[in-house]
Ligand binder design. Structure first.
Ligand SMILES: Nc1nc2c(ncn2[C@@H]2O[C@H](COP(=O)(O)OP(=O)(O)OP(=O)(O)O)[C@@H](O)[C@H]2O)c(=O)[nH]1
Ligand SMILES: [Mg+2]
Length: 564
């Protein structure tokens, strides 16, 4: 059973390391886990049959060693009026029991072993401990080291010591890890009301019907419960009861591991929705600011991208609309990229260094808010969001440049571009037609002039002809010039679209990072839950009736697996 506990502890420790490395857990979690006492009686023996480990526990001078000597019927432990008397652990055990497998943390130098051959205690290993309330701190340390290894704690009190504070604290602290028997020593000086009072106290601690044995070790002849105590201990030393106690102890220790670790898992659950809702709200505010800060730059940047209007006469049939500058795309291969940029990409779009910094700061601020408002560990949040500050800038610049290039490559609406082309065509065809007509008239007049000199054309025709050709060119050219789509407006539109595309991309990327974070957290949480799968504490029905009286109430049907 303790191997099972050990493997669970190791698995939990691996999980903890993983969660710490991923930033989901603070580094102190390792220490918190290490501080959970998982030592148990099974650690003292080889796997298989083992005796019941019963320890005498109590304040100084309550008569623990005297009681052990009485049980052993021989002076195995030093008992005296000197305070404190016992400085070391006395182990009283049957010769047949192998106690070689002591855990490293138990100091062998501070243990005396007394072997016996008494058949009635064959299955009980007695441990006489020093006083827990000693002025000697080493006594308390020894008690703390041995206590987890006890199946049954015989809490020994005396008439003047049963309300002891420290003993009470230890009882509440370790209550659910052991079976408890209570010995009211010095009964020769005790009063029945004290027993009732003590019983009442134990009830309030969670033991409904505690077993209290009155013992008069001075053997003054007063009626006591020593024989009953002996019988009870011998009956508890049955293999099935020891196994049951063993199982109970292991589950209680698992419960402690669970109790210390379960709060770590809470932030891992439901990370998704809270994060998304907060991001939506946060990014709405950030885009509004970014928009307000960027919009005023549009006219100036657009003007830089629009070439100065060419003169009316410079071109009348552009193969390509004039002056479309290709913005170099960030990240594009130099050799394959579009013709060299007329301006640097940084200044060409609204996504300049300042805007990128704003975005970066906004994501960083969001990380802090997320951690603060949802309780998510900031280290984990940062691990998922931080890479965006390297991957996003290039991508945003590229997107903005792409949108601007696209807008500049096709300025104006389709109809506007068609009208411009038709007018440009007319500006070519109409003067040609006028010229042809004038030429035909000139040739015809020249032919007729051979017979009739009056047939030659006069200066009036010359003036009118020139005027007609001029008008045939001027009117459509002027209209085509007017109808030409504005590159400045196209640039402004492209800049706006670039800004929107960039902010949309930030939104999508952060959402993806949050989704990744959420998946990672959910996987960790489910790995944690899997650690406790198949673990169920014996409920009240599984604990033998004889043991129930000795166990603290809250340990039965503990809420351990409800949360696991
Ligand atoms: N009258 C009377 N004296 C007792 C009884 N039990 C123990 N004593 C005496 O109480 C004194 C202390 O007993 P110990 O057995 O040394 O007490 P302890 O609890 O082991 O003390 P530490 O080892 O110091 O923790 C001794 O002088 C015992 O003889 C009892 O039931 N009645
Ligand atoms: Mg003693």
């Amino acid at each position: 059973m303790s191997d099972f506990l050990e493997s669970r502890q190791r698995a939990l420790s691996d999980w903890t390391d993983k969660a710490i490395d991923a930033g989901w857990l603070h580094a102190q979690a390792r220490d918190e886990l290490a501080a959970v006492v998982v030592a148990n009686p099974g650690d003292l023996f080889e796997i298989g049959q083992r005796p019941l480990v019963a320890g005498l526990f109590g304040g100084t001078g309550v008569g623990k060693s005297t009681l052990l000597n009485r049980l052993a019927r021989e002076p195995v432990a030093r008992a005296s009026a000197e305070r404190p008397t016992s400085r070391d652990i006395t182990v009283y055990v049957h010769r047949s029991v192998n106690v070689d497998r002591l855990p490293e943390e138990l100091p062998l130098a501070r243990m005396r072993t007394s072997l016996h051959q008494r058949a009635e205690y064959r299955n009980v290993l007695w441990v006489d401990m020093p006083d827990f309330d000693s002025i000697e701190s080493s006594h308390r340390e020894l008690v703390d080291l041995w206590l987890p290894h006890l199946d049954v704690v015989l809490y020994v009190v005396s008439p003047d010591r049963y309300r002891d504070d420290r003993g009470w604290r230890l009882l509440l602290e370790h209550g659910n890890r052991h079976a408890w028997l209570f010995v009211f020593n010095h009964w020769d000086r005790g009063h029945p009301e004290q027993i009732d009072d003590f019983r009442q106290l134990l009830r309030s601690a969670g033991l409904d019907d505690p077993m209290i044995f009155r013992c008069d070790n001075a053997e003054t002849g007063r009626d006591d419960d020593f024989a009953e105590l002996e019988n009870t201990l011998q009956s508890l030393a049955e293999t099935s009861l020891i196994e049951s106690l063993d199982r109970h102890g292991v589950f209680q220790r698992l419960d402690s591991l669970h109790a210390v670790s379960v709060p770590w898992v809470r932030p891992l659950e439901h990370t998704g929705e809270a994060g998304l809702a907060l991001w939506e709200e946060h990014w709405r505010g950030s885009t509004a600011n970014l928009d307000a800060e960027s919009r005023w730059k549009i006219p100036a940047i657009a003007l830089r991208h629009a070439p100065h209007r060419q003169s009316l006469l410079s071109r009348w049939w552009p193969r390509r609309l004039p002056g479309v500058p290709n913005i170099a795309l960030p990240g594009a291969d130099e050799t394959t990229s579009a013709p060299a940029a007329t301006t640097s990409p940084d200044a060409s779009t609204l996504i300049d260094a300042a805007a990128l910094q704003r975005v970066d700061e906004s994501i960083e601020r969001f990380g802090y808010r997320l951690a603060e408002e949802t309780g998510l560990p900031h280290a984990a949040v940062r691990r998922h969001l931080a890479p965006l500050s390297t991957s996003l800038p290039g991508e945003l610049e590229r997107l903005a440049a792409l949108e601007l290039n696209a807008a500049l490559a096709a300025p104006g609406s389709r109809w506007q571009r068609l009208l411009h082309r038709m007018l440009s065509l007319l500006a070519l065809l109409l003067p040609l037609a006028a010229l042809t007509w004038v030429a035909v008239r000139v040739i015809a007049a020249f032919n007729a002039g051979a017979d009739d000199p009056n047939a030659y054309l006069g200066s009036n025709f010359a003036v009118n002809g020139v005027l007609m050709i001029l008008l045939a060119w001027l009117i459509p050219t002027f209209l085509a010039w007017r109808a030409r789509p504005s590159l400045e407006r196209a640039a402004a539109l492209g800049l706006e679209q670039g800004l929107k595309a960039a902010t949309d991309r930030v939104d999508v990327t952060v959402r993806a990072a949050l989704a990744d974070m959420s998946t990672e957290a959910a996987e960790l949480a489910s790995e944690y839950r899997a650690l406790w799968d198949g673990r169920s504490e014996p409920d009240g029905g599984d604990v033998p009736e004889r043991l129930k009286r000795l166990l603290m109430r809250q340990t039965l049907g503990s809420p351990v697996h409800a949360t696991g």
